[in-house]
Design a protein. Structure first.
Length: 543
């Protein structure tokens, strides 16, 4: 410690870890070093000794649509494990953790809850949108532009122009995609300071938020709480689900919230998520299904506007505590009323139920997810076109060798079968860009990006590698999807499915080596959060 320049006074004070996913692999995390330094100042001002350390991140945008995406979800576990390793390895007294891109947010929250020390989670903030021909644009517009070029609806020159302006600043994707969704969930669970989720990454106010986070962790340490597992309860997880549903947030939240709950010793499954989604109205008109972005939510008052409206309607439990020491109802009491456009009142909700629906049936008995926000029709009935991997399907979609009315099925992409549960934004954006977004359905045991839109059903459980019915489908099988009824089924008898299962037998084990081999050996099913360990323990230094 003296070799690091610490004197007797610094050594005698509480040691506070400041964890960051800073790095140059994605613009999402480029603002984190400065924010971590601001948190350091806050800890020092409150008479603590800050210790900065970093962890990895994998850019979903750059790993999309190739084999590297298998490492995206895996990175969530590596982040949580590395935070635990540093915190417990050095017996630090508290933690401020910073994250910017999709898997770093739940990974950091999982590490914080696992360690269960006084702590605050801070989101790095979203990017500002670009402007192109008089409208706001994001990276999703560029992805979908690729499909538009293929159909002749956009020139390559126009796409090149769009691609150069769609991401003008550092920060995470600007819409209600996974990063902003999970940041909102963190506020709803009380793990973050109010205002953290929607303040853009380039905003100068972020330094003040980060400094307050450092001061807050010292206050929690002095007061003896609330600790992360006092904040992450069944009630607060339901609050987070309600915030996701009310804003048409990312389907990935239904994978990450059970995993965060698992760290607190709470069994919170896709069924629990579905129950909240069904009862929560959609009041946020946010992209990708709607019109507005995170910076627009901030302009009308931030997440507190959404939460205050939901508390008033009985859809969120305002009694849940927050890192501020006050209840959720107290910290949102002074929030503005909904503006009526970006955030609507409950009386003028866009939909009586949430923007994400859980589907069940003989095809996915443990559940699958569909984002219905923005869909013109929530039913579909068509023949299956089966692909054994994302690459097989992409080759067909790229050449437009598929028919309207089909259900494109991509299997062997689940947590264990992928392994790593790849996102399919490359395919879904291409389909949408080709003008076929609701002309076909897509079903997979893999994941979708928070930016995905269209009739896209993912997280099919059980996955093909675990004996799920998705692994038994054949070309031409009729698949029926009804989001109103929450159902997805294949028009086959149980006897036919059992016969196919017996004929298929067990798949030969794959030798993967390295990270993916270890992950595939321990990862659980998607409907339980794709978790990799047995759950919360009370860890002591002499354990």
């Amino acid at each position: 410690m003296r070799g690091m320049g610490l004197d007797d006074a610094a050594i005698a004070r509480p040691f506070i870890g400041i964890a960051s996913a800073a790095g140059e692999v994605t613009p999402c995390n480029l603002s984190l070093p400065d924010q971590a330094e601001a948190a350091r100042a806050g800890v020092e001002a409150a008479k603590g000794t800050p210790r900065l350390f970093s962890t990895i991140s994998v850019s979903d945008g750059i790993s999309m649509n190739h084999a590297g995406m298998r490492f995206s979800l895996v990175s969530r576990e590596l982040i949580a494990d590395s935070v635990e390793t540093v915190m417990r390895g050095h017996a630090y007294d508290g933690l401020v953790c910073f994250a910017g891109c999709d898997k770093t947010l739940p990974g950091m929250m999982m590490g914080l809850v696992r360690c269960d020390v006084p702590g605050v989670f801070v989101y790095g903030g979203s990017a500002l949108p670009g402007r192109w021909r008089g409208r706001d644009v994001t990276v999703l517009d560029a992805y979908e532009g690729v499909g538009a070029v293929m159909t002749g609806d956009m020139s390559e020159a126009d796409l090149a122009e769009l691609e150069r302006v769609c991401l003008p600043t550092i920060g995470s994707c600007a819409g209600q995609f996974t990063a902003n969704t999970m940041a909102m969930a963190a506020e709803a669970m009380g793990l973050s300071l109010p205002g953290t989720a929607t303040l853009p990454a380039p905003d100068a106010g972020r330094d003040g938020l980060a400094r307050r986070a450092g001061e807050t962790v010292m206050r929690i340490l002095e007061a003896g709480g609330p600790l992360p597992r006092e904040l992450v309860t069944r009630e607060s997880l339901e609050n987070a689900c309600a915030a996701v549903a009310a804003t048409g947030g990312s389907t990935n939240a239904a994978l990450h919230l059970p995993a965060i709950g698992h760290e607190a010793g709470i069994v919170f499954t896709l069924d629990d998520v579905a129950e909240v989604f069904r009862r929560t109205p959609l009041i946020g008109d946010l992209k990708p299904g709607g019109r507005f972005l995170a910076k627009d939510v901030h302009a009308v008052g931030g997440v507190s506007v959404v939460l205050r409206e939901l508390i008033g309607g009985g859809f969120v439990d305002g009694a849940c505590p927050t890192v501020t020491g006050r209840s959720l109802a107290e910290v949102t009491a002074d929030a503005p009323l909904p503006d009526g456009a970006v955030v609507r009142t409950l009386g003028s909700a866009l939909s009586p139920t949430g923007g994400v629906v859980v589907l069940k049936g003989n095809l996915c008995p443990d559940g699958a997810l569909l984002k219905v926000a923005g869909l013109r029709s929530v039913t579909f009935d068509g023949p299956a076109r089966v692909f054994e991997s994302e690459e097989e399907c992409m080759a067909v979609v790229r050449e437009r060798q598929y028919q309207a009315g089909s259900v494109l099925v991509i299997r062997n992409e689940g947590p264990k079968g992928g392994p790593g549960m790849r996102e399919m934004l490359g395919i879904t954006a291409l389909i949408y860009g080709q003008g076929m977004g609701e002309q076909v359905a897509l079903l997979t045991d893999g994941r979708f990006s928070g930016a995905t839109r269209g009739m896209c059903i993912g997280y099919a459980s059980p996955e093909a590698a675990a004996g799920g019915a998705i692994g038994l489908l054949q070309d031409g099988d009729r698949i029926l999807i009804d989001a109103n009824a929450g159902s997805i089924r294949v028009d086959l008898s149980d006897a036919e499915l059992d016969g196919r299962r017996q004929a298929a037998g067990d798949a030969a084990p794959r030798r993967l080596g390295g990270t993916l081999e270890k992950y595939a050996a321990v990862v659980g099913p998607a409907n339980r959060g794709a978790i990799t360990h047995s759950g919360a323990v009370d860890w002591e230094m002499d354990a």
